[in-house]
Write a protein that binds this ligand. Structure first.
Ligand code: GDP
Ligand code: MN
Length: 349
């Protein structure tokens, strides 16, 4: 028994026995989380899931961003959970404030009006800064400039299945620039003029529109109107170099000048989705059936029992949102001529 101590200490071999165990190269990539200090225990849960299901074998870094300085508890807890290196960045005020061309009175009236109409986050200033930051600035924070790919993780998410390959490598080796697990319709009241702004951009910058784009995913009438379909951006694995490209920055700046982040309540999900849909080729957008995910209130539980058993999933397939009426994922499959996974008909409603 003396060769087998009752308990290991952090200095014993074996304490970190899974760290770095996955063979093969790594991508120049990082996890990224925007959070407040008060999110610490909710992000701790998310990190635990990501580590258990994937990162303890891969040890990618994790960048945390905040409009205020992170406190020592936040840093201590998250660093203890992440198997890669952790970095903490404070967002510059110009990336988290009203640009000078925004009419404050007009923006305030909108918030009051949206509050009365009970539009979710309609009265919030900070939510608008968050959406604008995620749309236009997270990928050009100094800490993010060190990386080529990112995986966005929010507080209080779940991962229900093992991930036995490196999604970053899948992205790189298959030429993918953007990815999703859930898609749905946006609340029209939050984006009343987003498509008008998009059309103006398309007219001014026809050179940025991809030939083999996903307009069919975004519009049912060849681009006249937006059908509100978007990829849910609280989960994203994507290319930072694409977001830092002239195309994407031109698009963001054009939208930002139009003011809809403040005069309406444009979300980063429709902004990223419209950008990906119009400026990437269809083949550059990836749907991950095998990454099982929950963010309140929707679940992506892989279709196909074999997948769920092989990957030791713990989600209820009845909860899967993919093939329900309010999901846009069916459209994505149809547009790409993809076969739906076996068993999808049983999950329609
Ligand atoms: P929802 O998913 O649209 O309901 O919005 P969340 O409340 O989850 O916010 C989206 C992301 O932004 C999460 O990662 C939050 O932690 C983060 N976030 C939201 N508001 C703020 C804020 O005021 N400051 C900071 N630092 N992070 C925020
Ligand atoms: Mn969230």
């Amino acid at each position: 028994a003396k060769d087998f101590p009752l308990a290991l200490t952090p200095n014993d071999p074996g304490w970190n026995d899974l760290v770095g165990i996955a063979p093969g190269p790594r991508v120049n990539a990082t996890f990224v989380t925007l959070a407040r200090n008060s999110d610490v225990w909710d992000i701790a849960r998310s990190i635990r899931q990501v580590e258990d299901r994937f990162n303890r074998r891969y040890n990618y870094d994790w960048v945390f961003l905040n409009d205020k300085p992170f406190d020592s508890t936040f840093k201590k807890v998250t660093t203890s959970l992440v198997s890669g290196k952790t970095y903490y960045g404070e967002i510059a005020p110009e990336h988290w404030s009203f640009p000078e061309w925004i009419d404050q009175d007009k923006a305030k009236k909108v918030r009051e009006d949206m509050a009365e109409r009970k539009i979710i986050y309609g009265d919030s200033v900070s939510y608008r800064h968050m959406c604008r930051f995620e749309s236009g600035f997270f990928f050009r924070q100094p800490l993010m400039l060190n990386y080529e790919y990112y995986w966005r993780v929010e507080p209080s998410i779940e991962l229900y299945c093992d991930i036995h390959y490196d999604p970053f490598r899948l992205m790189v080796e298959n030429g993918k620039k953007y990815s999703f697990v859930l898609s749905l319709y946006e609340y029209p009241a939050t984006i009343a003029t987003l498509w008008e702004s998009t059309k103006k951009f398309m007219k001014n910058h026809p050179e940025h529109i991809a030939e083999d784009n996903s307009m069919k995913f975004l519009s049912d009438d060849g681009g006249e109107t937006y059908n509100n379909c978007h990829f849910w951006s609280n989960f994203e694995i994507g290319s930072l170099e694409w977001l830092r490209s002239k195309q994407y920055i031109d698009f963001f700046e054009s939208l930002d000048k139009d003011g809809g982040f403040f005069y309406e309540r444009w979300g980063d999900a429709p902004v990223h989705s419209i950008a990906a849909g119009l400026m990437l080729n269809k083949s550059e957008i990836q749907f991950f059936n095998d990454i099982a995910y929950w963010h309140v209130p929707f679940t992506h539980c892989p279709t196909g029992e074999k997948t769920r058993i092989d990957l030791r999933c713990h989600c209820d397939p009845k909860e899967n949102f993919d093939w329900r009426g309010y999901s846009c994922t069916s459209r994505f499959f149809d547009m790409n001529g993809m076969d739906k996974p076996e068993g999808w008909e049983n999950q329609k409603d």
